[in-house]
Write a protein that binds this ligand. Structure first.
Ligand SMILES: *[C@@H]1O[C@H](CO)[C@@H](O)[C@H](O)[C@H]1NC(C)=O
Ligand SMILES: *[C@@H]1O[C@H](CO)[C@@H](O)[C@H](O)[C@H]1NC(C)=O
Ligand SMILES: *[C@@H]1O[C@H](CO)[C@@H](O)[C@H](O)[C@H]1NC(C)=O
Length: 357
C-alpha cells in the first residue's frame, strides 16, 4: 500500500511533464499582446506570454525584431482560420486563452493539424521578417540581394527585393527554439515539428517570384524594373493546405544508425523534404470530443450548392442541416453623377442559409 501511494504522485508528475512538452507553437499566444504595446524596453519581454527561455533571450537582445514577431503571430492565427474556414477543423483552437496551460489535443498531439500549423508558423514568421526588411520596419536589415543573372532585354533589376535570407535565419532561430531545447518532449515529436517547420520554409522559398513594374511613355512598358518578391501569405497557406491534405503518416523507428521518422505504410524510403508528416491520426472533427480536441460541426454554416468540403453533406457529416433566413442590406441602383460622385439606394434581400444539425 505504502509503495503504491508513492507511485501515484510519480505518475502524475510524469503526466504533467508529458503534457507540458513540445508546445513548440506556444509562442503564438504573443498575438494576445496588447495592440498598444510598443516593444522598446527589455521589461516588455515579460509581458509576452508563451516564450521559452531562448526566445525570451532573443526578445531582450533584439527588441525591434520582436515587434515584427508579434505581428507574425497575429498573421498565423488569421491566415490559418481563413484557410480552413471551409473545413470541419477550422483552426479555432489556435486561439487559446492567454492563461491556458496548453493547446487542445488537436494541436498538442502529433496530428496532421499540428503539422500544418507548425509549417504555417515557420513560413509566416520568416515571411513577415523578410517583408519588414523591405518596408523599412526593421532597421537591422535591408533589401535582399540583386540577383546575379543578367536580366532579359527590356528588363532590369531594381526596386527592393524581399530579404528572404534574413527572414529565414531570424525566423527559424525564434520559431525552432522550443524544439531545440534539451528536455522538450519526445524525440519523435521534436523531429516531426522540425521537419514540418522546414517544409513551411521550403514553401516560402518556392514563393519567391519575380515581380516587375512597367516604365515607359504612358504605360507602354518598354522597360520593366524587376525584383524578387514573396507571394502573399494566403497563397503560401493554400500551398501548405494541399500538403496537409496529402500528409504522410510516419512512425519513429531506426533507419540506418539513428531513430528517424519513416512513412508508416511504405517504410522503405525516408520522408521527403516537401511533405508534411504526422504521428497520430486525427478525429474526423464531426462531433465534440474533449480528448481528441474536436469541437464538432454542430451549428457550423454549410453551403447547400457547394461540392467541396463546405458542402452541407460533408460539413454536417450526414446529420442534416437546418435552414434559416438572413436579411442582407446592399447598395443598389447606383448612379454616377457628373462630376464626380455616385449615389446608391439601399436594397434588402432575403437569403437562405444553412447550419449543421
Ligand atoms: C517606447 O515607445 C513609447 C511609445 O512609442 C514611447 O512613448 C517611449 O518613450 C519609448 N521608450 C523608449 C525607452 O524608447
Ligand atoms: C469554427 O467553428 C466553430 C464551431 O464549430 C465556430 O464556433 C467558430 O466560430 C469557427 N471559427 C472560425 C474562425 O470560423
Ligand atoms: C456556395 O458554393 C457555391 C459553389 O461553390 C458558391 O458559388 C457560393 O458563393 C457559395 N455560397 C456561399 C454563401 O458561400
Amino acid at each position: 500500500m505504502r509503495s503504491s501511494s508513492h507511485v501515484l504522485p510519480l505518475g502524475v508528475l510524469t503526466a504533467l511533464l508529458l503534457s507540458q512538452v513540445c508546445s513548440g507553437i506556444k509562442w503564438l499566444s504573443i498575438s494576445h499582446a496588447p495592440a498598444s504595446l510598443h516593444i522598446n524596453q527589455t521589461q516588455h519581454c515579460k509581458l509576452l506570454p508563451g516564450m521559452v527561455s531562448s526566445q525570451a533571450q532573443l526578445c531582450r537582445s533584439n527588441l525591434e525584431l520582436m515587434q515584427t514577431i508579434v505581428t507574425a503571430a497575429r498573421e498565423v492565427k488569421k491566415t490559418c482560420q481563413k484557410t480552413f474556414s471551409d473545413m470541419r477543423w477550422n483552426c479555432s483552437s489556435i486561439d487559446i486563452p492567454i492563461d491556458a496551460p496548453k493547446y487542445r489535443p488537436d494541436l498538442e498531439r502529433g496530428t496532421r493539424e499540428a503539422a500544418f500549423v507548425y509549417a504555417l508558423s515557420a513560413a509566416t514568421i520568416s515571411h513577415t521578417i523578410a517583408r519588414a526588411c523591405t518596408t523599412g520596419d526593421l532597421r537591422q536589415c535591408t533589401c535582399g540581394p540583386i540577383p546575379a543573372q543578367i536580366p532579359e532585354p527590356g528588363y532590369r533589376w531594381g526596386g527592393c527585393a524581399d530579404n528572404l535570407q534574413y527572414g529565414l535565419i531570424m525566423g527559424s532561430k525564434f520559431s525552432d527554439a522550443p524544439m531545440k531545447m534539451k528536455r522538450a518532449g519526445s524525440h519523435a515529436n521534436k523531429l516531426m515539428h522540425l521537419h514540418n517547420s522546414e517544409v513551411g520554409r521550403q514553401a516560402l522559398r518556392d514563393a519567391l517570384v519575380m515581380k516587375c513594374k512597367c516604365h515607359g511613355v504612358s504605360g507602354s512598358c518598354s522597360i520593366r524594373t524587376c525584383w524578387r518578391g514573396l507571394q502573399d501569405l494566403r497563397e503560401i497557406a493554400m500551398d501548405l493546405k494541399i500538403k496537409y491534405l496529402s500528409a504522410t503518416k510516419v512512425v519513429h523507428r531506426p533507419l540506418g544508425t539513428r531513430k528517424q521518422l519513416v512513412p508508416k505504410d511504405i517504410d522503405i524510403r525516408p520522408v521527403r523534404d516537401n511533405e508534411l508528416v504526422y504521428l497520430q491520426s486525427s478525429s474526423d472533427f464531426c462531433t465534440q470530443s474533449e480528448k481528441l480536441g474536436s469541437i464538432g460541426t454542430q451549428d457550423r454554416q454549410c453551403n447547400k450548392t457547394s461540392l467541396g468540403s463546405d458542402s452541407c453533406d460533408l460539413m454536417c457529416c450526414g446529420r442534416g442541416y437546418n435552414p434559416y433566413t438572413e436579411k442582407l442590406v446592399e447598395r443598389c441602383h447606383c448612379k454616377y453623377h457628373w462630376c464626380c460622385y455616385v449615389t446608391c439606394k439601399k436594397c434588402e434581400r432575403i437569403v437562405e442559409r444553412y447550419v449543421c444539425k
